[in-house]
Design a protein around this ligand. Structure first.
Ligand code: DGT
Ligand code: CA
Ligand code: CA
Ligand code: ZN
Length: 573
């Protein structure tokens, strides 16, 4: 698979969780957690490292390196499997419920014998949790909400997981002789925030060599179906991939059809019908004569329906057809429009790459400016201090302009406290080039409290960007309860940007919230929130999300020239 590092990260994290829920050594659990993150963010493919090179990864000592090696060699780790076996599968599922967590899940299993998510729902409605220490009515609500979040995510995967795999498959198929075209379509081409299955489309006269290569890919576990029109496989990680092979002459119609969304396609078919045409994956046909009208390119299909080509992220039937008819499609922000990244971390706090490495990697991506925004002191685990921050500023100033003349900004990611205050007083904040401010605690405040909290943060003259504004973690943590319109109004009024956090497990703001925010005239920052050099390219997922929110380049502050950006960052000061 594309990233063995992520597989190993998941395994080490699972081991850490297992240690802590079975009452093991907390120090050991923490060590595995740190190693997991370090491996996930490591710049080299761990499956290519020998045991000695493995130990050069931060937080990976001999014993952890041995387990990684065992996993890469055999596909499993004995001690992890032993611990897994001690906990029923249903309980392990319970530990993943957002808002419940491993400790409480184990307590419910031990004290009440609850051993599955279904049993837990039953126990809550029978009020069997009442009276248990640490379980109030609010907790019950949170657990039920958490279960809903988990079930909603279902078997869908994050965008980067699907993208890595899809790009690998497309590259393999494109190399097969006779393959005239190959690309991914479906929700992935539309940059939807999670992906149900991957749809790959190829053009060839003879589909057989392509199907042959496809079904024999090393990471294919099972061929679910193989017919004339479609071959579906399941990968070893449980992700479904559909391959369709069409004649080159039908490429445009097929690409249009299989990109979707279904709702967008229905709108197009209605337009076709009104024009006496029939639209299918084979082409656009004249209903009267049955003759093919067009099918080779998507542009032709749209044009024949009286429309300009519509970018895939807009194809959700959210008014794009109407806008296209009026000639008012937005000129969407593109990845190439971004001049920099305004929210990133280093190993001074919870990042795993050094300042030098982050800066060098960012410069290689072609950024013309780049902000370093490590965590502020109130996130206690990070042990930030004034001195450390000032020392980092010196280091940042020394590197300024050194890599491809990329300009550096020294910032921080502040913690918005429950009342809307932040970590430092004005005088200290004034020393930063920019401040991101985020909610990192007290996620369960009421909507009124949370709204006041975020509005106050916007009103702080030194807060420039609200980081991951709703705090959601896809499949793991729901968005906070807040009156977003009120917050958006405050952003527009105070000159505070809303972040589009590009981390694939956040994508926060979401496409729908972006659409809402832009109606208030809000400005946005598309940021990677990178904690490692390998996260820097995640910006593409933020741009995809911004496009789904209809954003143009001028609405995104990190497409602006540095001078314009600096003036925005002054907030009228
Ligand atoms: P996913 O896989 O749940 O993330 O979402 P999609 O959009 O990739 O959906 P999928 O894989 O079921 O189908 C891929 C595309 O094929 C879909 O976006 C539109 C097209 N399609 C599939 N079934 C239908 C259908 O019954 N009617 C129409 N008009 N289009 C369909
Ligand atoms: Ca799909
Ligand atoms: Ca599909
Ligand atoms: Zn951050």
């Amino acid at each position: 698979m594309a990233r063995p590092n992520e597989e190993v990260e998941a395994l080490l994290q699972e081991y850490a969780d297992l240690i802590s829920i079975t009452g093991g050594d907390a120090f050991k659990a923490r060590a595995y957690e740190k190693a997991a993150r370090a491996v996930g963010g490591y710049h080299e493919d761990v499956s290519r490292l020998d045991p000695k090179a493995l130990q050069e990864i931060p937080h990976v000592g001999r014993s952890i390196a041995e387990k990684v090696e065992e996993y890469l060699r055999t596909g499993g780790v004995r001690v992890v499997e032993e611990l897994r076996a001690r906990i029923p599968a249903g309980v392990r599922q319970m530990t993943a419920i957002p808002g419940l967590g491993p400790k409480k899940a184990m307590m419910l299993f031990r004290d009440l014998g609850i051993s599955s998510v279904d049993e837990l729902v039953e126990a809550i409605s029978a009020e069997r949790l009442r009276g248990l220490r640490g379980f109030g009515e609010r907790t019950e609500e949170n657990i039920l909400h958490g279960i809903a979040v988990m079930q909603q995510a279902g078997d869908r995967v994050h965008l980067n997981v699907a993208m890595d795999l899809a790009e690998e498959i497309v590259a393999e198929l494109a190399a097969v002789s006779g393959c005239a075209r190959c690309t991914y379509a479906g929700s992935l081409r539309r940059y939807r925030e999670t992906i149900g299955d991957i749809d790959v489309l190829s053009a060839a006269d003879d589909p057989r060599p392509l199907v042959e290569t496809f079904t024999n890919l090393s990471y294919v576990d099972e061929v679910i179906a193989s017919g004339d029109k479609k071959t579906s496989v399941r990968t070893t990680k449980g992700l479904q991939v559909d391959l369709r092979v069409v004649p080159l002459g039908a490429w445009g119609a097929a690409l249009q059809y299989f990109t979707g969304s279904k709702a967008h396609n229905i709108r197009l078919r209605e337009r076709a019908v009104r024009a006496g045409l029939k639209l299918s994956e084979y082409g656009l046909f004249d209903v009267g004569t049955g003759d093919l009208v067009v099918s080779q390119t998507e542009e032709e299909v749209y044009e024949r329906l009286g429309l300009p080509w519509i970018p895939p992220p807009l194809r959700e039937d959210r008014g794009e057809v109407e806008a296209a008819l009026r000639g008012e499609l937005p000129d969407l922000v593109a990845e190439g429009d971004l001049r920099g990244d305004l929210h990133t971390h280093t190993d001074l706090t919870d990042g795993v790459s050094s300042l030098d490495d982050m800066v060098a990697a960012a410069a290689r991506l072609g950024h013309s400016y780049y902000a370093v925004t490590d965590h502020a002191p109130n996130l206690y685990m990070q042990r930030m201090s004034d001195d450390k921050m000032l020392a980092q500023r010196e280091a940042v100033r020394a590197l300024d302009g050194r890599h491809h003349r990329m300009r550096l900004l020294h910032g921080t990611e502040l913690n918005i406290d429950p009342d809307g205050g932040v970590d430092w007083p004005e005088e200290f904040l004034a020393g930063f080039d920019l401040c991101v401010a985020s909610v990192h605690s007290h996620f369960n405040q009421s909507a009124a409290e949370m709204t006041r909290r975020l509005v106050r943060a916007c009103e702080n003259p030194h807060v420039n960007i609200i980081g991951h504004p709703t705090g959601r973690l896809l499949g793991r943590r729901p968005a906070v309860d807040v009156d977003l319109d009120e917050v958006f109004r405050a952003c527009a009024r105070t000159g505070t940007a809303m972040e589009v956090n590009a981390a694939p497990d956040r994508l926060d703001l979401s496409d729908e919230n972006i659409l809402r925010a832009r109606r208030h005239g809000v400005r946005f920052a598309v940021d990677s929130d990178a904690h490692s050099v390998v996260h820097l390219p995640y910006l593409r997922y933020g741009v995809g999300t911004a496009q789904r929110g209809w954003l143009t380049a001028d609405e995104v502050i990190n497409t602006w020239p540095l001078r314009t950006l600096r003036s925005f960052l002054r907030k009228g000061r």
